[in-house]
Write a protein that binds this ligand. Sequence first.
Ligand code: AMX
Length: 434
Amino acid sequence: MESLKKKFAAKALALYTEMRAINKEHGERKMDEVVLRQITGGARGIKMMLWETSQLDANEGIRFRGYSIPEIKKLLPSGPQGEPKPEGLFWLMLTGEIPTAEEVNDLTKDWQSRSDLPQQVMTSLDALPDDAHPMTQFTIGIMAMQSDSIFSRRYAEGMSKTDYWDACYEDSMNLIARLPRVAAYIYRRSFHGGDHIPADKSLDWAANFAHMLGNDDEDFRSLMRLYLTIHADHEGGNASAHTVNLVGSTLSDPYLSFSAGMNALAGPLHGLANQEVIKWIFEMIENLGTKTPTKEQIATYVQETLDAGKVIPGYGHAVLREPDPRFTAQRRFAEEYIKGSDLIETVWKIFDTVPPMLQALGKVKNPWPNVDAHSGALLVHYGIKEYSYYTVLFGVSRALGVLAAGIWSRALGMPLERPKSVTSDWIKAQLKDA
Ligand code: AMX
């Protein structure tokens, strides 16, 4: 895939040169101020990282290289039903340009040619109990491939700093190419008795993943194209992306840094929320004894959850302050492709019920649904009912953004990340001095 690599190299060199000059001239320019609440409050909003691939606006949501979700849905090369192919988004995140359909097809073929798994992946996964959490299996599957890292090998051989991005690019391309196979292997061994489905190399990245999961319905392929596109990146400060960035800044290779990020994605306040949402809905349905709860019944159940000191999964966000456009994109998909699903109707009734209740608490900064509020109901509709698996799907998609950003970081010569921590005594001393 020389054209993508060449295109990236030219763009990266130009930006590297420009950023060095900007840093030299404006390095001391103030870009942010930090208040105590941010130090004790999870570093919310502190600007401290360069992340080229996407940027999040609190009201409008994510933009990938300047393009919103509705725009990428319209502009990126798509599958037969019009849903964007994730390959195109990866191209866009690396180059800043919308690729042609031919460029996307070439990238599909490149990933297919890199997608065979080394035997140790299957051997490592098969050594685990079938009921090991799929996210645990996922990170182990990724780590089982680390011995193939080109970056690690070349670093040990004395690679020049100027070649870091090249080795990182090769590892990232190999990893992205292989991830659907690792993920499908986990799904089939965990939930289908190890009845594995061979890859179909005539299909694009997302459709082949859908195929290996066991569903060749054209609508499901479209869902997977959309799902794997919209979950790919959410700027750099979210826990999984930030982890990949931090670990990558030590020059750990992409296998090490990506698997570290997946351990962050596995937390219930982050990526695991997608499994928590559907689990919470199933529990509600069981509790209420009906598959078609009314808004009043839902409100009572929401109140019980809050009274038990728990969060409503799929609602709230550290940055967003409006309904997540990734939620809206999934809702539009359901409206177009799925008719008469009680579960999806329930998701929409929850959307009508939860925000005013969270708002009434007076402390929740964003009462609106996030990306995880909708995805489970779509997956259940297409037969992927095993919700402990959902975060793996999120992780396969997230690879596109964080690995593209990692290539950018190595190309721009980003240094070891090392912010400053302080003690409570230091804080008290500052307040006394003021
Ligand atoms: N239900 C109930 N309470 C909520 C809430 C929710 N969905 N969202 C926020 N709150 C509460 C917080 O727990 C906090 O309470 P506290 O002061 O008693 O500790 C208070 O409101 C203020 O929180 P915030 O500033 O609005 O949110 P945050 O930036 O600290 O946290 C998030 C953001 C996502 C962790 C939080 O909204 C949450 O826990 N949501 C539910 C889990 C979820 O859906 N996570 C997925 C996020 C998207 C993703 O990463 N995939």
